[in-house]
Design a binder for this molecule. Structure first.
Ligand code: PMV
Length: 333
């Protein structure tokens, strides 16, 4: 790949049906388990990266304001990694625009780091295919590895005994997935989460008596999910998705001190999802590192579920379908 001065990339968030929760290597961002997600067609992040050969530091603008603190540190650490791989030294100007609430468990970092990885790889002239890009995005935020691809995506944890564990952990599209699914996002809160997913994972791995069982269960869930996706079996996919999310939250709630992202509003929405099922509507819930709920369903049921959620909550409700992988929008030589 030839180096360019500016690149603009767009990427979408993904929601895991089989969750990633816990790193076996913090520096390389290597997870304990494989995870599987659906990339969405809503909430894109657009990121422009421009080389700034005369600048002494990176300059990062997020949603119109200069980034500072942890956000700036993570972006700069990521750019350092790209520069190290590319053998380059120039600093960069990054301008990133989210359409997803940041830090609220709606996977803003997934779309964000997938877009940053793609744009930065272009401006610094890093060679590699999409699989390689997923390894790079992984280092910014684990779930970002999956947003490199569209549709249903699996992120392989990789064999811990592989000679190069970094190479063994990458994402790719799920082959032969025949499921047609939608996700109804029930956005209860848009603020940043009280505990970062990084810290929450660390605490769960170190102190939760349920973590080992979570790892074992999650492997079994993944095997069943592959079958459900290949068979286009919505009921099976939904049942596994909801169970997997509840198990992840149970594991973190058993940590010391407990990590609790679910609120009473979350539990109320979970109750409405169960009620819909009792009425014969195929609806299954999943939650990430935040109070918001995403409801997995067949596309034909999405509107009805969204209408119900608007009726019974004052949440912002957004219907999403399968979306595309990360794309370059504009490249200036
Ligand atoms: O990519 P991170 O470090 O923000 O972790 C995300 C973890 C979950 O969203 C809770 C689960 C997942 O697999 O996306």
């Amino acid at each position: 790949m030839t180096a360019r001065e500016t690149a603009v990339a767009v990427a979408h968030p993904n929601i895991a049906l089989i969750k990633y929760w816990g790193k076996r290597d913090e520096r390389l961002v290597l997870p304990f388990t494989d995870s599987l997600s659906m990339t969405l067609d809503v909430f894109p992040t657009t990121t422009a990266v421009r080389l700034a050969p005369d600048a002494a530091t990176d300059h990062v603008v997020m949603d119109g304001a200069p980034a500072e603190g942890e956000v700036l540190r993570r972006a700069t650490t990521f750019l350092d990694l790209v520069r190290e791989h590319a053998g380059r030294r120039e600093r960069a100007v990054v301008d990133t625009r989210n359409t997803v609430p940041v830090g609220a468990g709606l996977a803003s970092s997934a779309g964000g780091f997938a877009a940053l990885a793609l744009a930065a790889a272009h401006v610094y002239g890093l060679p590699g295919d999409a699989e390689q890009l997923s390894r790079l995005a992984r280092r910014g935020s684990g779930s970002a590895a999956r947003s490199v691809f569209g549709g249903f995506v699996v992120w392989h944890a990789g064999d811990p005994d592989a000679p190069y564990p970094d190479r063994a952990s990458y994402a790719e599209p799920v082959a032969d997935a025949r499921l047609d699914a939608a996700l109804v996002a029930v956005v209860l809160e848009e603020g940043p989460k009280p505990v970062s997913s990084r810290e929450a994972m660390r605490r769960t791995v170190a102190t939760s008596p349920l973590y080992r069982d979570w790892v074992t269960d999650s492997r079994a869930d993944l095997a069943r999910m592959y079958t459900a996706l290949r068979d286009g079996d919505m009921t099976a996919a939904g049942t596994i998705t909801e169970r997997n999310a509840l198990a992840m939250h149970a594991a973190m709630e058993a940590a010391r001190p407990a990590v609790r992202y679910r609120t009473t509003a979350t539990d109320a929405v979970l109750g409405h999802v169960r009620r819909l099922r009792a009425e014969g509507v195929g609806a299954w819930a999943t939650m990430d590192a935040g109070p918001n709920v995403k409801v997995l369903c067949a596309p034909a049921d999405a509107q009805r579920i969204a209408d119900r959620m608007r009726e019974v909550t004052d949440a912002r409700v957004v219907v999403a379908h399968r979306g595309p992988g990360a794309r370059l929008r504009q490249v200036t030589a």
